[in-house]
Design a protein. Sequence first.
Length: 147
Amino acid sequence: MQGKGFVMNEKIGFCGYRCGLCPAYKDNIVGKDDRQKASDGWFKYYGFRIPAEEIYCDGCLAEDSTDPRRIDPDCEVRACALQRGLPNCAHCDDFMCEKLSKKMIDLDKIAKRVGGWIPQEDFERFVKPYDSAKMLADMRAELGKSE
């Protein structure tokens, strides 16, 4: 089912990140090379590096009882959404809070960091999974929530 800018059955994290597109998501890791590409890409576009051997994520939607592995096991957004019983931040009356704001990416900063141009393949792999502000806003509009 297609919504405005998002697929309804897509794995969407609490913060709006698209888990299914993330290079660390378990279904996207075939071998060591995939993990190294993720580490290198995150360093190039965001300035942080996670060692390749630590890159693997079950996603924030995986239940704690299954002992999942997460890239950000201490995510404040996940904890808040769970506490409030929300499927994601688009449903929250406090949207766009400080916790969520910290998770939003800035396309202009990313482009500046790499000299202005992001190849399409890199955009799909390292930017699109985390470009959640518009998607969450579109979800809110479909829910009838105003900004």
